[in-house]
Design a protein around this ligand. Structure first.
Ligand code: G3H
Ligand code: 13P
Ligand code: ZN
Length: 328
């Protein structure tokens, strides 16, 4: 059954666990995530970006998620809009049956200016009013996501277009978070605590703490009833990078957020953990390997079944590690 993010994360907070939010774009990803949720008896957050709706088409996405609820009726599913760039995009998602939307008003470059902050409050407040009227939850974002090591916001190619930022600019301020929540009424808040999007988060193997765990704790203490969201939570498994490199792919040396560090974040108040890149790596690595090792095969289902198996196993590991296994 589809439930709201508020319902799902209230349970997680009460029982002290975190829930991975996996990005979905196609049937294979959805089946992999749902099979893993079934394997682990875990509640699940399926999140779709505006790009995912564009890729699959809104009716396909909607019906595939409906098919999941039908196939696995006892698994609680939250269907969440990831990084809604405007109130209009959030409205489309609500109309399409999403039970949660993210209004990402931090996308403007000038978030650190009063004008950027006022804009964020205005659009987020507007989405909260519309969403809550129909029982849909809202996630907001405050701060500028970026790696504490590289000082860069994540970019798909690792170039870091946002430029190098200081530690203070990279962390969400607890007082501002309290003000933001009071003025918008969001159910969940994405915070900047040292993660960045994509595969290129850290250029050296993490040694010790890579996230600002003390900052997570400070924000959680200040807004205990707002569920904290960690974006950019892929761990970038080295095994998959090796499989990709060994089968014709080329990805330079890079590291993600260690799973143990995410667990520490969950112990300090993180409830929703966004993961997209890890599934991309597992699926493209397994596809490359299957296609290269079976040159005579041309039934795409044989290759795609490998990709589902790889993503399913990765999702299972995350459900177990974050403590949501057994909670459905
Ligand atoms: O945070 C962004 C997610 O990884 C979704 O990426 O916009 O390419 O679908 P996308
Ligand atoms: P990753 O790129 O680390 O998987 O993060 C995904 C994300 O935050 C989606 O909103
Ligand atoms: Zn994100």
């Amino acid at each position: 059954a589809l439930i709201s993010l508020r319902q799902l994360l209230d349970h997680a907070a009460e029982h002290g666990y975190g829930v991975p939010a996996f990005n979905i774009n196609n049937m294979e990803q959805i089946q992999a995530i749902m099979q893993a949720a079934e394997d682990c008896a875990s509640p699940v957050i399926l999140q779709a970006s505006a790009g995912a709706r564009k890729y699959a088409g809104e009716p396909f996405l909607r019906h595939m998620v409906q098919a999941s609820a039908e196939t696995w009726p006892h698994i609680p599913i939250c269907l969440h809009q990831d990084h809604g760039a405007s109130p209009a995009i959030c409205q489309q998602a609500i109309r399409s049956g999403f039970t949660s939307v993210m209004m990402d008003g931090s996308l403007l470059d000038d978030m650190k200016t009063p004008a950027g902050y006022d804009y964020n409050i205005r659009v987020t407040r507007q989405v909260v009013e519309q969403a809550h009227a129909v029982g849909v939850s809202v996630e907001g974002e405050l701060g500028c996501l970026g790696s504490l090591e590289t000082g860069r916001a994540g970019e798909e190619d690792g170039s870091g277009a946002a430029g190098v930022l200081s530690r203070d600019q990279l962390l969400t301020d607890p007082e501002q978070a309290a003000d933001f929540v009071a003025r918008t009424g969001v159910d969940a808040l994405a915070i900047a605590i040292g993660t960045s999007h994509g595969a290129y988060k850290f250029s050296r193997r993490p040694d010790g703490e890579v996230l600002a765990i003390d900052r997570i704790r400070a924000i959680h203490d200040r807004i205990p009833d707002t569920h904290l969201v960690m974006h950019g939570s892929s761990s970038v498994p080295q095994e998959w990078l090796e499989v990709i490199r060994a089968h014709g792919g080329s990805i330079r040396e890079t590291y993600g957020v260690p799973v143990e560090e995410i667990r520490e974040g969950i112990r300090n108040g993180v409830r929703k953990v966004n993961i997209d890149t890890d599934i991309r790596l597992a699926m493209s690595g397994s596809l490359r390997r299957a296609m290269m090792t079976r040159p005579e095969e041309f039934d795409p289902r044989k290759f795609l079944a490998e990709a589902i198996r790889a993503a399913r196993s990765l999702c299972r590991e995350r459900f177990e590690a974050f403590g949501s296994a057994g909670q459905a």
